[in-house]
Design a protein around this ligand. Structure first.
Ligand SMILES: [Zn+2]
Ligand SMILES: [Zn+2]
Ligand SMILES: [Zn+2]
Length: 164
């Protein structure tokens, strides 16, 4: 059910981007949210894809099998990001993409963004590591979240196949 173009070489792929172990109903419950059918559909679509999706892609995927409107999807995405169940990846001027937020089954990982076609991929957590210990030692504030973003040209665009 891959809705987005996943373009990074397999060995860099993030195994943990795709969800096999999360219990969505329990994640929602832990965040004090009722596990409504629509919230579960959103979690399933985001967790079931191996790269982050835009709100429009999430809406279209759900609406193939469920009656749901776009506003509902947007509202649920807002809520799930607020509650740290999903992470929002934004690039200036482009549609935000959504992926699973780091939790016990999903390690924080860098994202690759193609500067030509704007495809976003999850990279494996090991391919670029942040020395958190050193960061904490040298930074006097409190670190809450680290986001690593790699920009370049994806495999499809290098082959000339990416959309301009
Ligand atoms: Zn998961
Ligand atoms: Zn590209
Ligand atoms: Zn990701």
């Amino acid at each position: 059910m891959a809705a987005g173009p996943c373009t990074v070489a397999n060995n860099l792929y993030c195994d943990q981007a795709m969800c096999e172990q999360c219990n969505y109903a329990r994640l929602l419950k832990n965040a004090d949210l009722e596990a409504t059918a629509n919230r579960l559909h959103v979690m399933e679509v985001v967790g079931g894809n191996n790269c982050p999706l835009t709100a429009a892609e999430i809406f279209h995927t759900i609406s193939r099998t469920q009656p749901i409107n776009q506003v509902t999807v947007y509202r649920i995405l807002e809520l799930l990001v607020e509650q740290n169940l999903l992470e929002r990846i934004t690039i200036g001027g482009r549609a935000a993409h959504y992926g699973m937020a780091p939790n016990e089954h999903h390690a924080p990982h860098p994202h690759f963004i193609c500067t030509r076609c704007a495809a976003i991929d999850c990279l494996s957590p090991e391919c670029l590591s942040v020395d958190m210990e050193n960061l904490r030692k040298t930074f006097s504030g409190e670190v809450e979240r680290v986001e690593v973003r790699v920009e370049g040209i994806c495999r499809n665009c290098l082959k000339g196949g990416g959309k301009k």
